[in-house]
Design a protein around this ligand. Structure first.
Ligand code: DOR
Length: 435
């Protein structure tokens, strides 16, 4: 494999401190970090004093393949990922067919090996009757349970089915925590509302809290490794602050951190997602939860639907927004404003997900660790533009926001995958291992 020398970088250490220097990558790993490296390399890139971070690990994306490739596929999703500085992703099972068997998982892995420019891992989806599959299918980063129905057909909402899944096996269970029964009752109650703001009232804070409480109690009862996906409410943060066993983790996503119900006025159904966007008060609680460590890390829940689909009048509009190429610039813009630190970003977006999912040698810029890196420009601010998005659906809920921290280069396994606005041909991600 060619040697890559990165010169003149401001390298972010795991503790958030920054050192100036060069970095040599060989055989897919960071071989050396030093003030000046003179070793000849096959390729040398000048980082131009830009910031060099570990590649982001996005632990929740929906790349739609197989079955809904008009919205995204593993190739386009992974190209959007590296454009956003994401070098590894974990993909959700609500495809068509859903990833609920070893056969479906093998099929995704085969497709990913052909097309992905970033490293990849997949969840196995739980149904009421695939207990053996979810515990045995390999390699899987975890079991995904939709406790409330969302895009796709996956749903496990009966208490006895949930209990059986938590009681058997020891693999990580990641939950989409919304209470299906409460949502159904409230949908009926709000059936005359056709404005999208009703979405946040139907799937209210209580719906999320009830499901999170149930998942937590089952996790405690069976001491089962639990991850709570896209935590969205103040109530859930407060619950976890009081009662979070050390085998439980939780994540937040930019949509719930940077958007709230006032954004329905401009974005309409574009801002519709599950769990829904909430109030400014919930935004603040999520930020606090992240700073204090109640929330462990950040995912995007990149969930693309075409603009045409999204513009269908509510309630027939689909839920979900793309996000994989804006999450790092959104966070780095917060860092530039002094509201978060580089150490926090590194922990929330790189080392945190790696540790939670047992992904070794990724998430930190350290000699001997994998050369998955992103080099971002912190000086020049630039607006998010729909027409510049790499995602197939070519829109972003953050269109028009002025951000810094856009990747200039992204390196996957020691090879430049994204170079000044363009994808390089011939770079392939690898399947992730989870230990
Ligand atoms: O809004 C959402 N969209 N939430 C989910 O849980 C699924 C996702 C999708 O796949 O579209």
């Amino acid at each position: 494999m060619p040697k890559l020398l990165i010169r003149n970088a401001r390298i972010v250490n795991p503790d958030g401190s920054v050192i100036e220097g060069d970095l040599l990558c060989q055989n897919g790993v960071v071989e050396r970090i030093a003030p000046h490296i003179t070793t000849p390399a096959d390729e040398t890139i000048d980082a131009g004093e830009n910031l060099l971070l570990p590649g982001v690990i996005d632990p929740q994306v929906h790349f739609r393949e197989p079955g809904r490739e008009h919205k995204e596929d593993l190739g386009s999703g992974s190209r959007a990922a590296v454009k956003g500085g994401v070098t590894s992703f974990l993909e959700m099972p609500n495809t068509d067919p859903p990833t609920t068997t070893q056969h479906a998982l093998d099929d995704k892995l085969r497709r990913a090996a052909e097309k992905c420019v970033a490293h990849y891992g997949f969840f196995i989806g739980a149904t009421p009757d695939n207990l053996d599959e979810i515990n045995q299918a390999k390699p899987a980063c975890g079991i995904k349970i939709f406790m409330g129905a969302s895009t796709g057909s996956l749903l496990v909402d009966k208490a006895e089915d949930l209990e059986r899944i938590f009681a058997n096996g020891n693999r990580l269970i990641a939950v989409h925590a919304e209470d299906e029964q409460r949502i159904r009752t409230r949908r009926e109650r709000f059936k005359n509302r056709i404005d999208v703001a009703a979405h946040s009232e139907i799937r209210d804070n209580q719906s999320a809290l009830m499901a999170t409480k149930l998942a937590l109690s089952l996790s405690r009862k069976y001491r089962r490794r639990l991850h709570i996906l896209h935590l969205s409410t103040r109530e859930e943060v407060e619950l976890l602050r009081r009662d979070k066993p050390d085998w439980v983790t939780a994540e937040a996503i930019p949509n719930h951190l940077f958007l709230n119900i006032t954004d329905y006025a401009d974005l309409g159904t574009l801002a519709q997602m599950n769990p829904p966007i909430r109030s400014a008060n919930d935004n603040a609680a999520l930020w606090q939860g992240l700073h204090e460590g109640t929330i462990d890390f950040v995912a995007t829940d990149h969930a693309p639907h075409t603009l045409e689909e999204k513009r269908t009048p509510y309630p027939d509009s689909p839920a979900g927004m793309p996000g994989v190429e804006t999450s790092l610039p959104l966070m780095l813009t917060e860092a530039k404003a002094g509201r978060v630190t580089l150490a926090e970003i590194q922990k929330w977006m790189c080392s945190g997900p790696a540790e939670a999912y047992g992904i070794h040698n990724k998430g930190k810029v350290i000699e001997g660790w994998d050369a998955d890196l992103t080099i971002v420009g912190m000086k020049h601010a630039k607006p998010v533009k729909n027409e510049e998005m790499f995602t197939k659906v070519r829109w972003s809920p953050f269109h028009g926001r002025i951000l810094v921290g856009w990747p200039v280069y992204t390196v996957v396994g020691g090879q430049v995958a994204f170079d000044n606005g363009k994808i390089r041909e011939g770079v392939h991600g690898r399947p992730l291992a989870f230990n």
